[in-house]
Design a protein around this ligand. Structure first.
Ligand SMILES: Nc1ncnc2c1ncn2[C@@H]1O[C@H](COP(=O)(O)OP(=O)(O)OP(=O)(O)O)[C@@H](O)[C@H]1O
Length: 608
């Protein structure tokens, strides 16, 4: 640049022909033009690179989190912290994604090349200019880095408050929490919380910024003085000015190169982004080390023995004989085990009901059956083989589970059911049959686009279902999985939201139409439970009672007591159903111990 300025400058006063000026002028314009073109291309290229790298990174983190066969690591606070750091929240400026880091790294490399070029240009005119400008520029860069590090530390200290403030902000705008906020008049309380946490996060940052203003002024002097001094010496041609070169050219070179060097070394943003992105990558590596490797044995779910029965059903030879053998399990940090040397058998094709008070460990038992947690002691076997040896995916291809806290996918009704066997293209016959099994047909008939209706009010043409209707969708998902080859159906409180009539219909179909699959039913509704082939009572971490309804009533133990409480409460009108109907034959109140049962039955006992 200085060279071109020099060429133009020498041409002007000597009345040289226009052609003598034209070439340097043309090159000058071309250089400027090239700079603009590069500037225009940089932003979209950087965007593309960032999007590509970050997309692959997010897929890797999601893959790591989803690959492990158990959910226990995902509940570990340290793993949760690593996942959060590896995902790099874009709203938190102390966290940066690998894509942003790569682009910042490229810019840093460009800056360093610029610094080297600037030093070469300076050295060409006068060697002393290099240390005179480079050293203060380096010092300025170090001071700015320290400032940035202080800012990051203060920001990080406030991230808990930041997260809390964000959580309350989300609550304020969510329709679900919006109900409570309006009913209980929580608006002002919520706003005060948001403000309190936001202030707790921001106040130290503001204080730091205020303290940084005088320091910034000092650093301006550190940068400005050497640059102005060098420029003045060169421009004035004083002592130490470069010999044998034009003063204007030299002064331009000093100014352009000096400013470039100070800018390149004082530019903290790219370094901060690159360092933060390195932190994100470190968290990903740590996460990969902490999470178990994917289940090799069952990376893909094996197909069931195909034997379509014309009603969208795939059959296996027979359901497995499942055994819990001396299984103990405690949640991390818990003082007492939930399951304590528990023995239990799930026989092929039976309908087994598991009852027990709240917190007895029924859902935990199911999670162990599914291999979502591993026993601390003992083992769970299928046909004599430890399910850990079978491989998680292979074993789970035989299971269909309705969890208490089931998932409501914001997807069309068809996908919500077909995800029961998500690794297969949807089978229309099996879908229709599963909908019939779950009593979902009337719900589908009322949906504006039937199976294609999105089950989310926020989607175009979408609808929101009632709690009971969602439960039917999820039941249909499990029935679909059974029709597609699963042969152990587990239902954890599957009818808590259903009215008496729907519950009765659903269970009548389940009992008669489960295609030979074994069923494990967890329910507090003893009206449903009593129809099971076998009932077990879980108490104190073990199975304490085992038999059919009549046997357990005759035994006059815990089950009979729970049943009596429920029947008595219903008979006295203390227990009411959602619909208040008692029209079904099985729904008539009867005295405890006679084999009759209240409709639905509410909770299992006063504490259940
Ligand atoms: N993820 C978890 N981490 C720690 N403790 C847990 C976890 N899940 C459940 N627990 C504890 O384990 C115990 C058993 O819970 P579980 O959900 O298995 O009981 P449950 O019999 O299904 O109860 P309910 O009838 O109320 O559904 C409870 O004391 C509960 O607090």
């Amino acid at each position: 640049m200085a060279h071109l300025v020099g060429r133009i400058q020498t041409a002007v006063p000597t009345d040289a022909p226009l052609s003598a000026m034209a070439l340097p002028l043309l090159v000058f314009v071309l250089v400027l033009l090239l700079g603009h073109v590069v500037d225009t291309a940089v932003a979209p290229l950087a965007f593309l690179a960032t999007a590509g790298i970050d997309g692959a990174h997010r897929a890797r983190v999601a893959g790591l989190a989803a690959a492990g066969s158990t959910i226990a690591p995902l509940e570990d606070p340290q793993v949760r912290g690593l996942i959060r750091a590896a995902r790099a929240d874009p709203e938190n400026w102390t966290e940066q994604t690998p894509g942003a880091g790569a682009v910042a790294g490229l810019r840093l490399a460009g800056n360093l090349i610029g610094v080297a070029g600037g030093c070469l240009v300076l050295a060409r005119y006068a060697g002393w200019l290099v240390p005179a400008l480079l050293l203060p520029a380096l010092l300025n860069g170090v001071l700015r880095q320290r400032e940035a590090a202080r800012g990051i530390a203060v920001w990080r200290a406030g991230t808990v408050d930041g997260a809390r403030s964000q959580r309350w902000k989300d609550a304020a705008t969510s329709p679900a929490e919006g109900k409570d906020i309006r009913i209980y008049g929580l608006g002002a309380w919520l706003t005060a919380r948001i403000q309190r946490h936001a202030l707790a996060m921001d106040a130290p940052v503001w204080a730091l910024l205020a303290r940084a203003i005088p320091r910034e002024a000092g650093q301006l002097l550190l940068v400005g003085l050497p640059l102005v001094a060098g420029y003045a010496v060169v421009a004035a041609g004083g002592a130490g000015a470069p010999a044998g070169s034009d003063r204007v050219v030299a002064a331009t070179a000093v100014l352009v190169s000096g400013v470039a060097i100070f800018q390149a070394l004082g530019w903290t943003e790219d370094l901060r982004v690159a360092v933060a992105a390195a932190g994100c990558l470190r968290a990903t590596v740590d996460l990969a080390a902490r999470l178990p490797t994917p289940d090799q044995g069952g990376a893909s779910r094996p197909a069931a023995d195909a034997d379509p029965d014309g009603a969208g059903r795939v059959r296996r030879a027979r359901p497995p004989l499942v055994r819990f053998e001396g299984v103990s399990f405690a949640y991390p940090g818990a003082r007492r085990p939930v399951l304590d040397r528990l023995d239990l058998e799930i026989r092929p094709g039976e309908l087994l009901a598991v009852v027990g008070l709240n917190g007895a460990g029924k859902s935990t038992l199911i999670k162990l059956l599914a291999g979502l947690y591993e026993p601390d002691e003992g083992r769970v076997t299928a046909d004599g083989v430890d399910i850990a040896v079978l491989g998680a995916a292979a074993w789970r291809s035989r299971l269909a589970i309705v969890f208490q806290d089931f998932v409501r996918y914001h997807l069309p009704a068809r996908d919500n059911v077909a995800l029961g066997r998500g690794d297969h293209p949807p089978d229309p016959a099996a879908l229709d049959a599963a909908a019939a099994d779950a009593g979902l047909e009337p719900v589908l008939a009322r949906l504006p686009a039937g199976w294609d209706t999105p089950l989310a009010r926020t989607a175009t043409g979408g609808v929101d279902l009632s709690g009971g209707q969602w439960q039917q969708v999820v039941l249909a998902r499990a029935h679909y999985a059974v029709r597609m080859g699963a042969d152990l159906l587990v239902l954890d409180e599957p009818t808590a939201h259903l009215d008496v009539r729907t519950e009765f219909e659903v269970f009548s179909r389940l009992a008669g139409n489960r295609g030979g699959a074994s069923v494990v039913l967890i329910s507090h509704r003893l009206s449903t439970v009593r129809h099971a082939d076998r009932i077990v009572l879980l108490d104190g971490g073990r199975i304490t009672e085992n038999g059919d309804h009549d046997e357990l009533i005759a035994r006059r133990g815990g089950y009979a007591e729970l049943f009596a409480i429920q029947a008595r409460r219903f008979a006295t009108g203390a227990v009411t159903e959602a619909t208040g109907r008692a029209a079904d034959p099985v729904a008539r109140p009867a005295a405890a111990g006679t084999g009759g049962v209240p409709a639905g039955g509410g909770a299992t006992g006063g504490r259940g």
